[in-house]
Design a protein around this ligand. Structure first.
Ligand code: 5GP
Ligand code: ZN
Length: 113
């Protein structure tokens, strides 16, 4: 837990968010600036700055499992969706607490910008 980290504060409930799934390891909530009809962030409860710092395979599995469950609950699993982990400066990461973006509800473009 980092007292100054936005997503740690969401994880602890100090900052409100629209939570759509949670368990003992991770949680999922709606992005405040959605880039698609469905845009949900999946985060570990424990603070990791980015994917570079997160070497726990059990947690990695839990994060991907929650991304799958969220996609299913949002009814975008059959039509398709995208899971993105922006990492570091050139990866476009703006919040330094590891998070998976789950984006869907529209056709995605490739390559990403
Ligand atoms: P990044 O750019 O680090 O990959 O993604 C950070 C995401 O966090 C952005 O999509 C941004 O809209 C979202 N975000 C930033 N601040 C907040 C907030 O206070 N609440 C929620 N729910 N999302 C946030
Ligand atoms: Zn954090």
């Amino acid at each position: 837990m980092s007292a100054t980290c936005l997503f740690c504060q969401i994880a602890s409930g100090d900052i409100p968010a629209t939570v759509v799934a949670e368990n003992n390891l991770c949680m999922a909530f709606r992005d405040i600036g959605p880039q698609a009809p469905t845009h949900i962030l999946v985060i570990p409860r424990k603070h990791y700055q980015s994917l570079n710092e997160m070497g726990d395979p059990q947690l990695a599995a839990a994060l991907f499992q929650m991304a799958r469950e969220v996609a299913n609950a949002e009814n975008i699993d059959d039509t398709g969706y995208r899971v993105v982990i922006n990492t570091g400066r050139e990866g476009g990461q703006s919040v330094d607490h590891l998070h998976l973006h789950v984006l869907g509800g529209r056709a995605m473009k490739w390559p990403p910008g």
